[in-house]
Design a protein around this ligand. Structure first.
Ligand code: MRU
Length: 336
């Protein structure tokens, strides 16, 4: 299958099961909305843009298979709270419900196709920006997974890194492992390896120190929600990398489609941060790593304040947020 997530006319939503990677490349068929919701909750499909497409295709599935489509659509919309793309994708497709199931499916497929195009635009804008900011041979540090697995194909921040590699303008990617579920070590490394991009994996806590030692030229990450004031909500651990980048004086870049920009949320403090099961922290690959009876705290996301963000790259614009002066040579957009 070329895409991370797609429609199958049977009907079903088909997706690569990201929990099996990198050991096994397996595909999952979700033939009902509850099956799709379960896949979203256990992160078989994950990453903000992919969740937007999952939401839209899920509404199409509800129209064809649900006894109570409205209830299934509401449950799908609430499957994960933080990435605004899920609710965005559900709402866009659900707006077509009065037109019937074919109209809903057409909208969902349009959202899928727009995601493919948006990855290409972000790669073009982002790669130009990175080269202008830090030159043609950079080491980029990234966090979590923002490649084709997090979208339909292509990617956001990782799509930029892969585009730079293809243009001969990248030395290396450092992928932080991204505890507790290891999206960096498992998924980003898998995608970089397949693309032939040189990479190394670092423990999450190593990032700021690598930056302080001058071993990283820029940090580049995705986002689950970008608030009206420019605060960026992304995978837990992003904030520490942003602090490290600010202290080291290197750019901290956020790459995300317009569907991740949420003008209705004023700032990061207003975002519902998903708390996930403690077992994700207390176990590794199903084996306990902490003393019996330990209790975990497991927020899945954090907020990076806008003043730590150098620029946001979307599929339509580059928005400069901090560090004074205009970024050279890029079309500047405004957040609002
Ligand atoms: O919990 P996840 O794996 O869905 O979290 C994903 C992230 O935080 C990504 O960085 C974000 O969605 C951007 S993906 C292009």
């Amino acid at each position: 299958m070329a895409y991370t997530i797609d429609w199958s006319g049977d009907p079903a939503v088909v997706l690569i099961d990201q929990t099996a990677l990198p050991q096994r490349e397996e595909y999952l068929r979700c033939e009902t909305v509850p099956e799709l919701i379960a896949a979203i909750r256990r992160l078989a499909v994950r990453g903000a843009p992919a969740l937007g497409v999952a939401g839209a295709l899920g509404v199409a599935l509800a129209m064809r298979t649900s006894a109570d489509p409205a209830a299934d659509i509401a449950a799908l919309r609430a499957a994960r709270p933080t990435a605004v793309n899920l609710a965005w994708g559900v709402d866009r497709a659900a707006a077509l419900v009065p037109g019937g199931s074919d109209a809903v499916l057409a909208e969902a497929l349009a959202i899928r196709d727009e995601d493919v195009a948006s990855s290409a635009s972000m790669a073009a804008y982002g790669s130009e920006l990175v080269t202008e900011l830090v030159g043609g041979d950079p080491v980029l540090l990234t966090h979590c997974n923002t490649g084709g697995l997090a979208c339909v194909t292509g990617g956001t921040a990782l799509g930029v890194a892969i585009a730079l590699h293809r243009a001969g303008r990248l030395r290396e990617v450092i992928a932080s492992e991204t505890r507790p579920l290891l999206q960096g070590a498992r998924l980003t490394a898998w995608e970089l390896g397949r693309a032939g991009v040189p990479y190394r994996i670092a423990a999450d806590g190593a990032g700021p120190s690598l930056m302080a030692r001058g071993l990283v030229d820029a940090v580049i990450v995705g986002a689950d929600r970008i608030c009206a004031n420019g605060d960026v909500v992304n995978k837990i651990g992003t904030y520490a990398h942003a602090l490290g980048a600010a202290r080291a004086g290197i750019p901290f870049l956020v790459v995300a489609p317009e569907s991740t920009v949420d003008p209705r949320t004023a700032c990061g403090a207003d975002v519902h941060i998903e708390d996930r099961p403690g077992a994700e922290v207390l176990e590794l690959a199903g084996s306990p790593i902490a003393p019996a009876g330990s209790v975990a705290v497991n927020p899945a996301f954090d907020v990076t304040p806008a003043d730590l963000v150098t620029a946001i790259v979307t599929d339509r614009r580059v928005i400069q947020l901090s560090r004074g002066g205009n970024l050279p040579g890029v079309p500047l957009g405004r957040l609002r």
